[in-house]
Design a binder for this molecule. Structure first.
Ligand SMILES: C[S@@+](CC[C@H](N)C(=O)[O-])C[C@H]1O[C@@H](n2cnc3c(N)ncnc32)[C@H](O)[C@@H]1O
Length: 336
């Protein structure tokens, strides 16, 4: 698995949360952006379908200590057994250790390409190959993988700022919204609450995972926008309520995924943001099913860690997400 380099800690946390949702014995290790999973069944389709920060994933075909030993590997020809003769392929390189591999490994790429052509009869196609071979260079060795690119990231880009039917600057972007759902362990059919739902950035991701979103917000115009965005997901099992998150209706849900107001783009109607978070944390135990999880995003200036400490909650994860000079978000995963 190759994750995005934007926030590697967040990407590791997202993949780890998804892997632990697989009810199987899976072992996982990381070499920077490269994740290596050992599992009896194939977790790749599930991970590619769910993760926002996973760029591509597949199977490791060959591992070697160095490029030199890779290209002189005796069994190189046997590596391509699964490539069919009438298929097309491309070989690409991802260099994760420029200090070690400081020259473009042209010779190795050419050697791999020749070996594939000679042993299988397959032909090269750089634009739309049937088989993507990825040569990953790390400080721990080199890996030859058969990989697939994430379609999910393509879909998330389509739900990017200004590309949904309704947009407001306070809305959560699709990549972070999806990552937060994954950190909370949202599964299809779960009932998931966003008590500060605004224009529905998080709600749209909950719905596209196959879960049932419940959105609450003070603002009627933003709820109307959320409704337009959810209609585009072509599913009707969601619920939008105009209300105050300090007085949540007594209902049970499986997860809470939310970002309370902070910054200039969303109004708190005079209430301090940290007081809204405190009120939500105090209500969460009564709203969530036993074992339910919450993923909450706040500004690092709000000092949520101090509040969590005072309430006696130990976060399962706490990750910083720098946005720009004036804003660093902090994401917390809490279990109740
Ligand atoms: C950062 S925005 C939420 C973005 C949204 N979660 C998304 O996924 O796009 C914060 C929202 O909190 C709402 N809000 C502020 N105070 C509230 C309260 N007391 N109860 C419910 N919603 C509130 C604002 O109207 C705003 O839409």
């Amino acid at each position: 698995m190759l994750v995005s380099g934007e926030n590697v800690e967040l990407a590791h946390a997202e993949i780890s949360a998804l892997v632990s949702a697989l009810a199987e014995n899976v072992t996982m290790s990381w070499l920077g952006r490269l994740g290596v999973i050992h599992s009896i069944s194939d977790p790749v389709p599930f991970l590619l379908n769910r993760a926002a920060l996973l760029k591509e994933a597949g199977e490791i075909l060959l591992r070697s200590d160095s490029l030199g030993s890779l290209i002189s590997h005796e069994t190189l020809g046997q590596t391509w057994e699964t490539i069919e003769s009438d298929s097309s392929f491309c070989v690409r390189v991802c260099n994760l250790a420029r200090e070690k591999h400081n020259e473009f490994p042209e010779r190795a790429v050419r050697r791999l390409g020749e070996s594939i052509r000679k042993t299988t009869g397959a032909h090269v196609s750089m634009n739309a190959p049937d088989v993507r071979i990825l040569l990953i260079l790390t400080s721990e060795g080199v890996f030859v993988c058969r990989s697939a690119e994430s379609e999910t990231r393509h879909l998330l880009r389509k739900r990017g700022p200004g590309r949904m039917r309704f947009h407001h600057p306070s809305m959560m972007n699709a990549f972070l919204a999806r990552t937060m759902c994954n950190l909370a362990g949202v599964m299809p059919h779960d009932i998931v609450l966003d008590p500060f739902c605004g224009g529905g950035g998080i709600l749209s991701e909950i719905l596209s995972i196959g879960a049932k979103p419940v959105g609450i917000d003070l603002s009627w115009p933003l709820l109307t926008g959320a409704s337009a965005n959810l209609e585009d997901c072509q599913r009707s099992d969601y619920c939008l309520v105009q209300g105050d998150a300090r007085f949540l209706p007594l209902c049970k849900c499986d997860c809470i995924v939310t970002d309370p107001p902070y910054g200039r783009s969303s109004s708190t109607r005079g209430t301090e943001s940290i007081k809204l978070v405190k009120s939500l944390l105090e209500q969460a135990g009564g709203i969530l099913q036993e074992g339910g999880r919450m993923c909450i995003c706040a500004s690092s200036k709000m000092n949520v860690p101090q509040l969590i400490g005072l309430l006696g909650i130990i976060p399962k994860a706490q990750i910083l997400v720098p946005v720009h000079g004036g804003l660093t978000r902090e994401i917390f995963v809490l279990a109740f």
